[in-house]
Design a protein around this ligand. Structure first.
Ligand code: OOG
Ligand code: MG
Length: 253
């Protein structure tokens, strides 16, 4: 398979907001090859005044795995141009079929270059906050295999961060919700994220080290959605709330 041409095709689908056929319908490829395609498609973005600002994990909750019919955790890259200001606006015309998810984000206190344990988190993580992730699969009908979605940078499209808060002793048993125009559309406990959202940090450190992705001081980690993702609509306000961490919102136009 020609990884470079697939990377370019996926990059073009993202910039033009035009969906493409799933790669796995016509070509067989492995998870490692999918991560190579992802890395190459990110190189395309980096040539356009964009740069790496963090990582995201996907499918860290059963709700998400079940919704998308996949069975394993995945990771992708976040870039500066995906970052939308809290309370800011986002235009639907940039996207194919975007969905929103309620998440928890972390900020790195120092470079992470190896797998760390739960006990080491306070040494490496500075703070956390409530976040919204906007995902937009570049594949038709939002349908993909695990390898397809990895190659497509795990549907990463946008993210909004709330105010950074000091790390609490525990991130368990916190109510998390996603609302449209003030009405809750999805909610669950933070336990939905790997039974403990702090485990997302350990898993991200493991995966970044395994794939040789630098994860520098100041960068962000999205821990993965606690609930299924919901399609967003024009002229609405999307907000997320995590008990004790506060809220975050974005206006969709
Ligand atoms: C892949 C991205 C999944 C999450 O938080 O689980 C994800 C997708 O569902 O398109 O971001
Ligand atoms: Mg997500």
């Amino acid at each position: 398979m020609n990884k470079e041409s697939i990377a370019k095709q996926l990059d073009h689908a993202a910039t033009s907001a035009e969906a493409v056929e799933q790669i796995s319908l016509t070509q067989q490829f492995t998870e490692d090859e999918a991560y190579e395609i992802q890395a190459q498609s990110m190189e395309e973005r980096y040539t356009r005044d964009d740069h790496f600002v963090g990582l995201k994990l996907g499918f860290t909750s059963f709700a998400k795995m079940e919704q998308m019919g996949v069975h394993d955790m995945i990771w992708g890259r976040l870039t500066k141009n995906m970052w939308i200001e809290n309370g800011g606006e986002v235009s639907l015309s940039n996207f194919i079929h975007p969905r929103a998810e309620p998440e928890i984000a972390f900020k790195l206190k120092k470079d992470l270059d190896r797998e760390i344990s739960l006990e080491e988190i306070p040494e490496f993580i500075d703070s956390c906050c409530t976040a919204i992730e906007i995902i937009d699969s570049r594949y038709k009908n939002f349908k993909f295999s695990l390898e397809d979605v990895i190659a497509d940078n795990c549907s990463s499209t946008g993210f909004i961060l709330g105010d950074w808060k000091p790390l609490p002793a525990s991130l368990n048993d916190l109510q998390m919700s996603l609302s449209f125009d003030g009405e809750v559309v999805e909610s669950d406990s933070s336990n939905a994220i790997l039974d403990n959202p702090y485990l997302s940090v350990c898993n991200a450190s493991r995966l970044a080290a395994k794939y040789g992705q630098l994860f520098p001081k100041g960068s962000v980690l999205l821990a993965g959605a606690a609930t299924p993702a919901v399609f967003i609509k024009p002229n609405s306000v999307v907000s997320a709330e995590v008990e004790t961490l506060g809220g975050v919102s974005v206006k969709v136009v």
